[in-house]
Design a protein around this ligand. Structure first.
Ligand SMILES: [Mg+2]
Length: 412
């Protein structure tokens, strides 16, 4: 069985949210418009009734009011839209962690893995429509399909508060008779070209001549034709995939110049506590480390290096950053600011074992990291710092730092 992808589109989103905040708007057509006072603002969104009067997004307000004299114009409140967008996402995320937004009011959900727990796509889609109405007071239209392009097409079919299933069995009947511009990715220029060559419906595109498409449109033409035939393979991206973390960095400008290696070590260790914590929280490991030092004349220099093995361990990061400092910097000019960045991040689990066994051993200091994270999470960042932050001891020639309060011990 193939994928199950939902596309959920909140109906008349801005206008619907404004109605939640003002009872009086429930009985009248609503247009959301920048600069209501000046009357030459532009319509950003409208309710279903205003749409029926012919009001279009982009109309000047005076024109919208001519078309729909009973409409009430309100100014937009983006913080409200962001709030309701988040609330909707929270509901979607109860069904899958693959939720990909498209603007504030649309989301794709890949529920393939959720079918066992929650039922098929139609069941989940209907459940979502009910919950949106009951919990948020908003309606959504849902498209249920085996890919993103058809799911989006589906959510456009029945508005407001509808659900449309476009399956591998029925898509030829449902999708092919539709005007070709309803397909995702067919913009005004593409449409003009299609019309010139008699491609008027999605079905026409599905059967269009490959040579013509390729000659006139290159890769895009072939892709649109594949989409018309149900061949969209693009995945619904999780939040992390949409916004992959490239590096985690932390820097501080010190109130007083740093003049000794001890002071630099102290600061690096403090920075690495935050960095390590973030890496562990997002389940990333760094394959490299970068150090940026700015002297008191504000001249800055950056260096970086690859680590022997990927790590999220605070003390390893700090030692590596400090050894980088010692090998590449002198304190001929006192320092004013230091930034450490964990770079070349990889997801946990992707880690290849190092050739050197000691790099792989689950270390005592990872256990310390875990406990430290919990305490810092509960009581705040300053609740617990490595003892070295207090006694300022430097790593010895083996990179080992004598803890105060812990018995010195090599990592095994
Ligand atoms: Mg919408």
């Amino acid at each position: 069985m193939g994928r199950t992808v939902l596309h959920c589109d909140m109906n008349n989103f801005y206008a619907s949210v404004e109605r939640l905040y003002d009872e009086r708007l429930k009985q009248v057509p609503v247009v959301v418009c920048g600069n209501v006072e000046k009357r030459h603002g532009i319509v950003l969104a409208k309710s279903e009734e205003a749409k029926k009067c012919g009001v279009k997004t982009g109309d000047p307000l005076w024109m919208a009011l001519q078309k729909c004299p009973s409409a009430v114009a309100v100014e937009p409140h983006f913080e409200r839209y962001v709030k309701y967008s988040r609330l909707a996402t929270q509901i979607y995320e109860e069904y899958t962690d693959l939720v990909e937004p498209f603007g504030l009011d649309e989301n794709w959900l890949d529920v393939t893995a959720s079918r066992l727990a929650f039922g098929d796509g139609v069941t989940i889609g209907n459940r979502l429509r009910e919950r949106m109405k009951k919990e948020l007071g908003l309606t959504i239209s849902v498209g249920v399909s085996f890919n993103k392009v058809f799911a989006k097409l589906g959510s456009d079919r029945k508005k407001p508060d509808g659900l449309t299933l476009i399956s591998e069995e029925n898509f030829r009947e449902v999708v092919w008779p539709l005007p070709v511009e309803e397909l995702f990715g067919v913009g005004r220029q593409t449409l003009a070209f299609f019309r010139r060559f008699g491609i008027l419906t999605v079905g026409d595109l599905a059967h269009a001549n490959d040579t013509l498409l390729k000659h006139k449109m290159g890769k895009v033409g072939a892709q649109l034709k594949a989409w018309a035939n149900g061949g969209d393979e693009s995945p619904v991206l999780s939040r992390e995939e949409q916004n992959p973390m490239k590096s985690v960095g932390h820097g501080l400008t010190t109130p007083k110049d740093l003049t000794t290696p001890e002071e630099v070590w102290h600061l690096i260790l403090e920075l690495c506590q935050d960095i390590g914590e973030k890496l562990r929280r997002y389940k990333r490991k760094a394959r490299g480390i970068a150090l940026d030092c700015k002297d008191r004349n504000l001249v800055s220099r950056s260096v970086q290096k690859t680590l022997p093995a990927p790590t999220d361990n605070t003390m390893t990061l700090a030692k590596e950053a400090f050894s980088l400092f010692q090998s590449r910097f002198t304190l001929s000019e006192p320092l004013r600011a230091v930034t450490v960045r964990a770079i070349s991040l990889e997801e946990e689990g992707a880690t290849q074992l190092s050739l050197f066994a000691e790099d792989n051993a689950p270390s005592r200091s990872s256990a310390i990291d875990r406990v430290t994270d919990q305490i810092r999470h509960r009581y705040g960042k300053d609740a617990l710092k490595s003892a070295t932050l207090l006694d300022r001891a430097l790593p010895d020639s083996h990179g080992y730092i004598p803890f105060r309060g812990f018995e010195p011990q090599e990592e095994k």
